[in-house]
Ligand binder design. Structure first.
Ligand SMILES: [Zn+2]
Ligand SMILES: [Zn+2]
Length: 269
């Protein structure tokens, strides 16, 4: 991830032939700088895929698209509510939730989540040649049957662990914001994420990146402890890390990760 949290989210996915961004929640300049720090040129991005209209996912989409000539994939509903990002010269391409589409050698499957946006989706991205599938679900609300089904069987998961319940209650947010975050259309807490990941674990799941951590109501070590403990309970011992807000997560080579860690041990499943 180029960064993740309430001040911006963007995930860079790179295959043999294709490079995409899922969300563009930093300024156009920040997006370019952050990917260049990973050795990826901004002009080489084949598509920006927007999951919903919230500014922490869309902020730089228009500028980036104009500056680098990058097509932007979004739903018509999302375009309608963030039309001010675009000036008419961008290459906008519309997708529908639950209908897969392809960009280069990647197949993207967007599916609806329960988040408080017009057309909120999470995505799975599958390499057409290697079959590796990555789930990116940063604004979930609550895990529905559809979300469970869509994220089942992924090789790598990027999933939100937004807040600690106790820190949310005692934190700086007014009651209305606390209620929104904790609602079934807000964000997953550490414990909710831990329970959900426990359901999604399977023997080919190689790594998990926890994302969209609240700066005020969470702490990376707390999120890792809660989720890590739940995963230990089901015997999963793969790669687990937290995506920071202010700097990119170093690129993770999922194929290499699979070779170095081997199949995850699942003693109880
Ligand atoms: Zn959101
Ligand atoms: Zn968000």
């Amino acid at each position: 991830m180029l960064g993740s949290g309430s001040r911006g989210n963007s995930t860079l996915l790179v295959s043999e032939n294709t490079r995409i961004l899922v969300d563009a929640g930093f300024s156009g300049r920040q997006l370019a700088l952050r990917m260049e720090s990973l050795g990826i040129g901004a002009d080489s991005i084949d598509a920006v895929i927007l999951t919903h209209e919230h500014s922490d996912h869309t902020r730089g989409a228009g500028v980036f698209a104009r500056r680098h000539g990058t097509p932007v994939y979004l739903t018509a509903g999302t375009r309608d509510v963030c039309a001010d990002l675009f000036r008419g010269s961008e290459d906008l391409r519309f997708y529908s939730p639950s209908r897969a589409f392809e960009v280069g050698d990647l197949r993207i499957f967007p599916f609806l989540t329960a988040h408080d946006a017009v057309d909120p989706v999470a995505v799975t991205v599958e390499g057409l040649h290697c079959g590796t599938r990555i789930g990116v679900a940063t604004d979930l609300g609550r895990p529905t049957t559809g979300i469970r089904h869509s994220l089942a069987g992924c090789d790598f998961l990027i999933l939100e662990a937004n807040h600690d319940e106790a820190l949310l209650r005692t934190g700086p947010y007014p009651p209305s914001v606390q209620a929104r975050i904790a609602s079934s259309h807000g964000h997953l807490s550490n414990h909710a994420a831990a329970d959900f990941i426990g359901e999604l674990v399977h023997s080919r799941l190689t790594g998990i990146l926890l994302a969209h951590l609240s700066a005020q109501c969470n702490d990376p070590s707390l999120a890792l402890e809660v989720v890590g403990t739940a995963l230990e309970r089901v015997g999963w011992t793969g790669w687990l890390q937290v995506a920071p807000q202010d700097e990119p997560t170093p690129l993770v080579d999922i194929h290499l990760l699979r070779e170095t860690t081997g199949p995850a041990q699942l003693s109880l499943l």
